[in-house]
Design a protein around this ligand. Sequence first.
Ligand code: FES
Ligand code: FES
Length: 157
Amino acid sequence: MEIHFEVNGKACQVETPPMKRLLDVLREDLHLTGTKEGCGEGECGSCSVILNGEVVNACLVPACQVEASTIITVEGLADGGRLSVVQQAFLEHGGAQCGICTPGMLLAATAFLEENAAPEREQIKAAIAGNLCRCTGYMKIIDAIAAAASGRLEPQK
Ligand code: FES
Ligand code: FES
């Protein structure tokens, strides 16, 4: 089937089997390889994207469900080559190590901070509870999100 949707502000059209995973459509058809596969079963959050304003696991979403949707992937966070505040915070606070979880974490944090600009630390923990990280022990990621929320960081010049 042919699907039409918007990814990172750009209209896209893809010919795809209806049950092909959104994760694979993004990576294979649109070459947006920033979205990572971890478990492939909806457990790790590595494949998180923002779909119509909600964070979803792209490994669980079939292509046929995204007709006329708006999707943001990690490639859509930087603006004109300038990192977003959340990306800059991860960079400055060591929020990425191997990087597998990082795109999903960035998107979960970005969507969360749009809803709650001044979160408590416990709220940040709850917001990323669906995103697993094997490397950082979460403290650096939580520090980064807290720094982004506090406005202590400016976007990269
Ligand atoms: S790869 Fe999708 S949740 Fe793990
Ligand atoms: S940085 Fe490696 S899984 Fe999170």
